[in-house]
Design a protein around this ligand. Structure first.
Ligand code: SDN
Length: 149
């Protein structure tokens, strides 16, 4: 192994913290997929940063996150579509400033009545999380899409 190789796991997080963050994401994605955008935005700090597409400017503040999700979802008006965001391969790294860096694979599955589910885009999500006791909030989210190089 080359001397410069990064350690396999710099610092393991506890099982309790890992489960807390997984549960946070489960609630967050179920809010998003049910179009409960205020609940989704409330999973960010008040001046949180949300970028779901690299080419678009990030939405900053909860209010603007809600507005961006309403704008984005207008394309589905009258379309009997279900979109589900699936998170997996969650890696958590504690940072020196006390925040957690989360790196997650995400697939968006789109299904219309009677049709086969479509899986796209395939994304990597990079979040910075603040954890205070049992409370998790996202400080920032940047989503990169595999089809955009
Ligand atoms: O919140 C997310 C998103 C997200 O909001 C996305 C939106 O549209 C609104 C967490 C993790 C991944 C995503 C991915 C997307 C995809 C994006 C654009 C699209 O569907 O083409």
């Amino acid at each position: 192994m080359p001397a410069t190789a990064a350690p396999y796991q710099a610092k393991p997080v506890t099982a309790e913290l890992y489960a807390l963050v997984q549960h946070f994401y489960a609630r967050q994605m179920q809010a998003l997929d049910a179009n409960r955008f205020e609940e989704y935005a409330a999973t960010f700090i008040e001046d949180g940063v949300f970028q779901h597409t690299p080419s678009a400017p990030p939405a900053v503040t909860r209010e603007n996150i809600v507005a961006e999700l309403i704008r984005f979802n207008q394309r589905y008006e009258g379309d009997p579509v279900r979109r589900r965001h699936w998170f997996n391969h969650l890696v958590l790294d504690e940072q020196e400033d006390g925040t957690l860096k989360a790196t997650i694979y995400a697939l968006v599955i789109t299904t219309r009545p009677g049709a086969a589910p479509e899986i796209k885009p395939s994304c990597v999500v990079e979040d910075v999380l603040e954890v205070d006791g049992g409370q998790v909030l996202a400080r920032s989210r940047a989503v990169s899409h595999d089809q955009l190089f």
